[in-house]
Design a protein around this ligand. Structure first.
Ligand SMILES: Nc1ncnc2c1ncn2[C@@H]1O[C@H](COP(=O)(O)OP(=O)(O)OP(=O)(O)O)[C@@H](O)[C@H]1O
Ligand SMILES: [Mg+2]
Length: 371
């Protein structure tokens, strides 16, 4: 398969992103922490995994959407700390017998033995999870100081970290400790634009000015089309006219997942029908098939948009190239809201674009129904 869809993509399946991939590679090499924000399904996780592969760097990875409780996070982090010390499956061993664990590993441990002992002490103690978090982070900081090369810590869907911590202000807590860490590169990714902006870009926020800030843009039409043509050519498949592919990418607004879905459908169609030349008709068919598959998600977006006053009207007018009727300050506010929700992209002063091409199409078809 040339174009996998849905899961994280790397290596031969990773397309485009030349410039930001280079930038991130440099940041990683310099152990410079950064945050990466982009709408859902834009390729954040893939880009981070790919750049870490580029510099051949193992890392600690957490997707906060999948961490239900702080306890789980603490255990994972502690397990990682032990792995850096040279012990695999430490938590299970500790649960079985702490004394045996101490005896078995004390002599062979790769780091200062006091660090090892402190970690075991922490495990044995009955501390609250927030305190345990602070101590675990402290251990991580000390560990990193002892190591020759930096540690790489990926916090994916960082805006959801507060979901695991109940009453505790997890961002304050994290920041309080990790601001002192040297030799650790923190990578924060997130798809909730409102929250990521709030955490990293408002003056009173805990992570304000904490790291570099990057935004992932749509696919680059020229770069992607060159690579895709090459990939199809490796299967003996060509495009009937030069601009067909570029037009398709443009129609998808460079939306990474949507573009890849259509490309996958084209790939399968060519295979099933055993044809070697992609025509406009095949592209149209595949574009529509992908649209049908994405419909439920688009409906969910619309539902969300309708919960706030005027948002639907603003985005509907955009999709249908109609003039806006709100006064300029309200319009500004609504657009900002839609940007934060991940539905609009700010292009330049007063200029915005709908991110999801299928949302745009759906809004345009609403107009066809009304008229
Ligand atoms: N650089 C890329 N090359 C090829 N396909 C890509 C690329 N980036 C994204 N995609 C497509 O988008 C899909 C989603 O990618 P990924 O999971 O990395 O995005 P994400 O922004 O982390 O998504 P989510 O918000 O769901 O976590 C991939 O399965 C792939 O189809
Ligand atoms: Mg992701």
């Amino acid at each position: 398969m040339l174009f996998p869809y849905g899961k994280v993509v790397t290596n031969e399946f990773f397309y485009d992103r030349h410039e930001i991939r280079n930038t991130i590679r440099h940041l990683l090499k310099g152990a410079q922490s950064f945050m990466l924000k982009a709408p859902r399904r834009y390729g954040k996780t893939s880009l981070i995994k790919q750049t870490l592969l580029d510099i051949d760097q193992e890392h600690f990875y957490i997707d906060f959407r999948k961490i239900p409780r702080l306890e789980v996070f603490n255990d994972k982090l502690l397990e990682y700390i032990y792995a850096q010390m040279g012990i695999k499956g430490a938590i299970k061993q500790l649960q079985e017998n702490i004394v045996t664990f101490l005896k078995t590993h004390r002599a062979s441990i790769k780091v200062d033995v006091s660090l090892f002992e402190a970690s075991v002490e922490l495990f044995a103690s009955q501390k609250e999870e927030d305190e345990r978090l602070l101590i675990t982070l402290e251990l991580l900081g000390k560990l990193a100081k002892e190591l020759l090369s930096p540690l790489y810590i990926v916090f994916d869907e960082f805006q959801d970290a507060d979901g695991m911590s109940g009453e505790i202000d997890i961002y304050e807590l994290l920041r309080a400790e990790i601001q002192h860490h040297e030799n650790i590169c923190y990578i924060f990714a997130g798809s909730n634009m409102t929250m990521m902006t709030k955490i990293f870009e408002t003056k009173s926020a805990p992570f304000y000015n904490f790291s570099r800030k990057l935004t992932l843009e749509p696919f680059d039409k020229n770069e992607l089309s060159g690579e895709v043509i090459k990939a199809f050519r490796s299967r003996g498949v060509v495009f009937k006219e030069d601009n067909l592919l570029e037009n398709l990418i443009e129609r998808c607004g460079g939306h990474p997942a949507n573009t890849m879905l259509v490309l996958q459908m084209i790939e399968f169609t060519m295979d099933e029908e055993d044809i070697k030349t992609v025509t406009q008709d095949i592209i149209d068919r595949c574009y529509k098939m992908a649209q049908a598959e994405m419909r439920d998600l688009v409906m969910e977006y619309l539902k969300e948009i309708r919960t706030k006053e005027h948002l639907h009207d603003v985005i509907y007018r955009m999709a249908n190239n109609q003039e806006q009727i709100l006064d300029s300050s309200s319009l500004q506010q609504k657009r900002k809201y839609l940007v934060d929700m991940g539905h609009l992209r700010h292009i330049s002063r007063g200029e915005y674009e709908i991110i999801d091409n299928y949302l745009r199409d759906e809004l345009a078809s609403e107009s066809a129904i009304i008229n």
